[in-house]
Ligand binder design. Structure first.
Ligand SMILES: NC(=O)c1ccc[n+]([C@@H]2O[C@H](COP(=O)([O-])OP(=O)(O)OC[C@H]3O[C@@H](n4cnc5c(N)ncnc54)[C@H](O)[C@@H]3O)[C@@H](O)[C@H]2O)c1
Length: 458
């Protein structure tokens, strides 16, 4: 572990130490665009104003970077939406770009221009193309370089999750978005899942009283995916070799953060994090590869089970789990608890004092007629079959609608930064006997005046 980590174990953590720690642990510092100035030094044109809005546009011209599994899903959704043109596609694997082009042409659109000259060809796309939005679904370490290139070239940015890997990268997104007045949206699809949105609607209508506690996580057996010879197997396992913490927090944390109005009346204050032993991936390699396979000689540092606790500045608590190396059924935990009752996911159940039978869970279906979120009354979402059902459709639909109509985006760059910061901060806490690590206030105080995400409709 780096010097800065061991030194800071005895003293309150500084932002600089965190940045150095993140870069040292990851070894990806050189991938990010050069930082410019300390965070907070950049004058923010958004200061004192409401959420960022941009001029409305009839058509959203998109450059798509990274069309593997998840990127292709987005492309399939986007080509069905009015007012969308995917004008350019970039991927380091030419056949992936060509597959996306076929989907685009098959959707009745002109063929996109392809950018397939290697890992930094997205720069050429951002510089050469007249686009409104650069959307990327690349491996994690490319998210920030691509978003920054987009914004510096006068394009909005949308990125898959997590938006950033280090704290420095989180600040970069915020600073570039503010400097260039460009949206930078982290595409957290679980924010739009049917149960998550119904629970948000119930929270807003006061069903659970004052919300005091929430839990979320990403508990998904990814062993086969991480050892695959394609797609995420090409890059995701490497993070488990170098990093120990909560590496993928946003699917669980996004929806419950909306219930707690994070960055809109409350914000993350500090985190403590703990990882257990790392056994699952090495065991999988022994079980699935021959004696002489290089995979059997790989070593891993990512604790199979990580749990982190976040305290908000309003004193509320959030548990966030990460568990991707062990045999288990899928869960995002999804719990929201208040003074009048709670929702608990996996399996979904509700208890509301005075409404549910005393001390007994109820099915959430009993609440659906009254509390279904307006977005899920949208027929196109209910029919969507691509990419995790309707939730991916809805997140893409909402992004396009907000851009076309010049509305604030549902999620902002501050959400991207705060939720993604969990990765670096949890790594630091794990490496330092679970000591608390402070979240930066990426909003620079505006969390207290920004209104909650409205219960929006299609
Ligand atoms: N929201 C979700 O439910 C969800 C699901 C899966 C993946 N994801 C996220 O989507 C992203 C991509 O994951 P995936 O499963 O599609 O992985 P993948 O490996 O299938 O796809 C990544 C694609 O990016 C391309 N690529 C890699 N480096 C590139 C570069 N420098 N420039 C251009 N293209 C590049 C690869 O060739 C590949 O086609 C990740 O951030 C992941 O966390 C999100």
């Amino acid at each position: 572990m780096s010097d800065s980590l061991s030194r800071s174990a005895d003293s309150p953590i500084s932002r600089r130490e965190l940045l150095e720690a993140g870069a040292a642990v990851l070894g990806v510092g050189t991938l990010a665009c050069a930082p410019h100035g300390a965070a907070g030094s950049v004058p923010s044109p958004q200061l004192g104003q409401g959420p960022l809005v941009s001029r409305p546009m009839e058509e959203v011209r998109i450059g798509f970077v990274g069309v593997g599994g998840q990127g292709t899903s987005h492309v399939r959704n986007l080509v069905t939406m009015p007012g969308v043109r995917i004008a350019a596609v970039c991927d380091i694997i030419e056949s992936h770009a060509q597959r996306a082009a076929q989907i685009i042409v098959g959707g009745g659109h002109p063929a996109p221009r392809l950018y397939t000259r290697g890992p930094t060809d997205f720069m050429r796309l951002c510089e050469a193309e007249e686009l409104d939005l650069v959307f990327n679904a690349t491996p994690w370490e490319w998210h920030v370089p691509i978003c920054v290139a987009a914004m510096r070239n006068d394009k909005h940015a949308a990125t898959e999750v997590p938006a950033a890997v280090t704290l420095e990268e989180c600040w970069q997104l915020v600073e570039e978005s503010e400097r260039y007045q460009k949206h930078c949206v982290m595409m957290e699809n679980c924010n739009y899942d049917r149960m998550e949105l119904m629970v948000l609607n119930m929270v807003r209508q006061g069903v659970f009283g004052e919300i005091l506690h929430a839990e979320g996580g990403y508990l998904h057996d990814l062993r086969a995916v991480k050892f695959s010879s394609e797609s995420e197997g090409l890059w995701r396992r490497a993070h488990s070799s170098r990093r120990n913490g909560n590496l993928y927090p946003t699917h669980g944390l996004g929806p419950v953060s909306n219930c707690l109005n994070i960055n809109r009346g409350d914000r993350f204050d500090y985190i403590v994090s703990m990882s257990g032993p790392s056994r699952g991936l090495a065991q999988w390699a022994r079980d699935h590869f021959p004696e002489d396979a290089p995979e059997r000689r790989e070593t891993f540092v990512l604790g199979d089970v990580n749990f982190s606790l976040i305290k908000t500045v309003n004193g509320r608590t959030i548990v966030v789990g990460h568990d991707t190396n062990l045999p288990r059924p899928y869960s995002r935990i999804h719990q929201v608890q208040g003074t009048r009752g709670l929702f608990q996911g996996y399996p979904s159940r509700v208890y509301v004092e005075g409404r549910s039978p005393a001390h007994q869970w109820e099915s959430p279906e009993a609440y659906r007629p009254e509390f279904e979120h307006p977005l899920w009354k949208f027929e196109a979402a209910q029919k969507a079959t691509v990419g995790h059902g309707g939730m991916d459709y809805l997140e893409d639909y909402r992004l396009i609608k907000c851009l076309r109509e010049g509305l604030p985006t549902d999620m902002t760059v501050y959400d991207a930064a705060a939720l993604s910061a969990v990765t670096a901060l949890s790594e630091w806490s794990v490496a330092n006997k679970s000591r608390p690590a402070d979240f930066p206030d990426f909003t620079r105080g505006r969390w207290s005046t920004t209104p909650p995400w409205a219960i929006v409709s299609a």
